[in-house]
Design a protein around this ligand. Structure first.
Ligand code: PRP
Length: 184
């Protein structure tokens, strides 16, 4: 019996098993890259909270965690084009190796803005890690250093990603039925 929430999902794009395996590989890749250093994992909320929790546990390095809350979509399926800082970082980034942890790289506006912003705060290096990459939608010249899955231009939810703040707790990446967001 599907839950009420799952009845809104058209298809599964990335299964829980695929997520676990790929996030494990990504954690290992970061472990090898940053061995002997102490990076700062910086989660871009809200969407990356599930990925962040799994990624930091898949990378057994001495490290710090930090969070920034930004918003650009404003409950619509298309980005508004503006990036708002809702809650800023609390730690000093001076001289730090910052690993930006994102759930999705779409137009690239959010990460283009954040990369500049964290460099201006004195970060020594920036590594962009995104679970999902939608290169077909890119309008900014920005690429991830490490991406989990390349996804087509479909409206994806789950594993932290929302539509109108819902579906973040779906445990896999799914495509939403168009009728759910029709008229939005
Ligand atoms: C989503 C996602 C990224 C951004 C990517 O955030 O989490 O931060 O959009 O889009 P872009 O590449 O076009 O900038 P959203 O504004 O939906 O907020 P959320 O993380 O709270 O869901």
């Amino acid at each position: 019996m599907k839950s009420e929430m799952e009845q809104d999902i058209l298809k599964v794009l990335v299964t829980e098993e695929q997520l676990k395996a790929r996030v494990g590989e990504m954690g290992q890749a970061l472990y090898e890259k940053f061995q002997g250093r102490r990076p700062l994992f910086l989660s871009v909320l809200k969407g990356s909270f599930v990925f962040m929790a799994d990624l930091v546990r898949a990378c057994q390095l001495k490290s710090d965690v930090e969070f920034i809350v930004v918003s650009s979509y404003e409950n619509a399926t298309e980005s508004s084009g503006r990036v708002h800082i809702v809650h800023d970082v609390q730690q000093d980034l001076t001289g730090r190796d910052v690993i930006i942890v994102e759930d999705i790289l779409d137009s690239g506006r959010t990460l283009a803005f954040l990369k500049e912003y964290f460099m201006a705060k004195g970060a020594a290096s920036i590594t962009i890690v995104t679970l999902l990459d939608k290169p077909s939608r890119r309008t900014k010249a920005i690429t991830a250093d490490l991406a989990g899955f390349v996804v087509p231009d479909e409206f994806v939810v789950g594993y932290g990603l929302d539509y109108a703040q819902q579906y973040r707790n779906v445990p896999y990446i799914g495509v939403l039925k168009p009728e759910v967001y029709a008229g939005a």
